[in-house]
Design a protein around this ligand. Sequence first.
Ligand code: 5GP
Ligand code: ZN
Length: 142
Amino acid sequence: MSNDCIFCQIVSGDIPSRTVYEDDDIVAFLDANPLAPGHTLVIPKDHYETLGDLPDGEAEGVFGVLHALTPVVEDAVDADASNVAFNNGEAAGQEVPHVHGHVIPRFEDDGGKPIHAVAGPRPDLSDDELDDIADDIAAGAE
Ligand code: 5GP
Ligand code: ZN
């Protein structure tokens, strides 16, 4: 636990939350400043800052709960769809440094944007650059 982390304080019960799911390792609760009705956050109970910091077992728990909960959240608010995403690191907009997946319900004509809208302008990459990037990722994934 990190004493100055808001989400650790939610896990410990020091800060109240509208908890919608809990098991030994994971808790899910409504976002306090929702982007849509039903906006839900899924977190590991242990404090890790980013996805890369999460050990395998904990990652499976987080993604498993996201998988199970997403259709449940959509049904609860009668959503047409959802965006499921992580702001993974400060440069990507992560404000609370305790890894969390967002489930953001979406509705026809809600005026929102697809996830493609989160990054800056699209880079103009040559075939060689794309090949090098693909090689580096594939090597790291081995
Ligand atoms: P981030 O930008 O780090 O991906 O998102 C953090 C999210 O946590 C925001 O959507 C914000 O509304 C939510 N949040 C921040 N503080 C609290 C809190 O004390 N309780 C709850 N339930 N959500 C919070
Ligand atoms: Zn924390």
